[in-house]
Design a binder for this molecule. Structure first.
Ligand code: SAH
Ligand code: DHB
Ligand code: MG
Length: 223
């Protein structure tokens, strides 16, 4: 039995993937999204299928009706979140790169959820200040240097009992390097410190391995 290898993590993710499907039409749409994102030259840094399903499960579990996403890329995670919404629910997702936002809009249309999603093109640091509460769920997944400020906005915008999820909080263990000069690492460290000490939230973080390597997700419940 192999251990600790990327190949094993990827194979196990594939194995666990049997749990991820939601509905045949939806699964087909998600596969198309990845093909279209790839042929459009987008980097393959979207959440893994089982992570997308986790976002979907959490959104369903809390009955999320208004969802905020920071970092759209091609809309893969957006589609998972949008598909968890009840009728008249809404996802607002922010993407700084207009080309990526355009691919995302195309993907959302093909997945049949475009009518439930607002893709806002702009720097999330500027956009977030103009949004009004309440959001039930926020997924933070844009530039890691921005995480501390995104977290602060997310808490402000959340309803009590809302949840905030942040991707990529471990990055191969780089988060341990207290002397790191990498702005992404420093951003994640400052975000985790802020979440730990913020009296407005209860938070935790989980290490993950899988197709996306060794990384982690943080979760905060707003009081
Ligand atoms: N959530 C997506 C992946 C997002 S990748 C998924 O899982 O499918 C991160 C995205 O954040 C990139 O597309 C990048 O262009 C965007 N981004 C980076 N800095 C940003 C900023 N300041 N404001 C908004 N989006 C930003
Ligand atoms: C990168 C960004 C992500 O959000 C991710 O999940 C993986 C990688 C990146 O910028 O390299
Ligand atoms: Mg990510």
């Amino acid at each position: 039995m192999e251990h600790h290898s990327q190949a094993t993590w990827a194979r196990v993710d594939e194995y666990l993937g049997v749990l991820a499907p939601v509905a045949p039409r939806f699964d087909e749409a998600l596969a198309d999204v990845l093909t279209r994102s790839q042929s459009s030259g987008l980097p393959e840094i979207h959440v893994a299928p089982n992570q997308g399903k986790l976002l979907w499960l959490l959104a369903k579990a809390i009955g999320a009706r208004r969802i905020l996403e920071v970092g759209t890329l091609g809309g893969y995670s957006t589609i998972w979140l949008a598909s968890a919404l009840p009728r008249h629910g809404r996802v607002i997702t922010i993407e700084v790169d207009p080309r990526r936002a355009e691919v995302a809009r195309l993907n959302l249309t093909h997945a049949g959820v475009a009518d439930r999603v607002d893709v806002i093109v702009g720097d999330a640091h500027d956009v977030l200040g103009g949004l009004v509460p309440p959001f039930d769920l926020t997924f933070i997944d844009a530039d890691k240097a921005g995480y501390p400020r995104y977290f602060d906005h997310a808490v402000r915008l959340s309803r009590p009992g809302g949840i905030i999820i942040a991707d990529n909080v471990v990055r191969d263990g780089a988060v341990l390097d207290a002397a790191s000069s990498d702005p992404s690492v420093r951003g994640v460290q400052e975000f985790l410190r802020a979440a730990a000490n913020d009296p407005r939230v209860d938070a935790t973080a989980i290490q993950t391995v899988g197709v996306k390597g060794y990384d982690g997700l943080a979760f905060a419940l707003v009081r």
